[in-house]
Ligand binder design. Sequence first.
Ligand code: NDP
Length: 233
Amino acid sequence: MSRSVLVTGGNKGIGLAIAQAFAEAGDRVAVTYRSDPPEGFLSVRCDVSDPDQVDQAFTEVEQAHGPVEVLVANAGMTRDQLLLRMSEQDFTSVLDTNLTGVFRVVKRASRGMLRARRGRIVIISSAVALRGEVGQANYAASKAGLIGFARSLARELGPRSITVNVVAPGLTDTGMISALTPEQRTKMIEETPLRRLAQPEEVAGAVRFLASPEAAFVTGAVLPVDGGAAMGH
Ligand code: NDP
């Protein structure tokens, strides 16, 4: 297998682990970054809140690797705040990156996939989308929105053999959780049946499965990788 794979936010954390997993399987992997490009991948600068940057990034990847056959929409951010302190900007910036940003990259990727009549789209949501979390109303809304988005597209793009699936990680050991207080971290681990954080590689394994031949008949699924934290939601 040597497919053209694009991972947004592939320069660190979960995105980097996903990029590494596809590269190890022999795929041609490109990543987007905003701050620092990672070594070893075709890296294109892209802020997913800017439609022109999204278009330019895809054009660069297509020129180097051909049309994107596997898209992993991973880029995301948090801006945690209790509701009464949450500003309009806190809310809309998270929605713009986490939800509208995914709309932008998926729409751009679907062009080539529709033409090819095949493709794999994997969207990174969160266990918080399913169970909610104090101080994360903006983030949970964006991540829950991705599930309706993905399931609609699973129906819309399915007739062209394009699958659209969601991975919902629980608390994962990356820079993103450095904003949590030690108390919040301990509480979330205690609420997780497996009593630990996920490693980014464990999320990457689920993503690689959803893009593999074994998952050819899986679409519209939400696959939790959360140690059981959101079980039953
Ligand atoms: P990191 O903060 O380590 O990485 C976030 C990535 O998203 C970075 O590559 C960052 O790029 C990129 N990014 C953020 N905003 C934008 C933007 N506007 N345009 C383009 N890229 C952007 O976090 P994680 O690796 O933990 O997060 C990856 C995904 O997993 C996110 O969607 C997150 O919501 C989700 N997730 C994480 C969990 C966790 O506990 N860590 C749990 C559940 C889901 P740059 O650094 O260059 O700015």
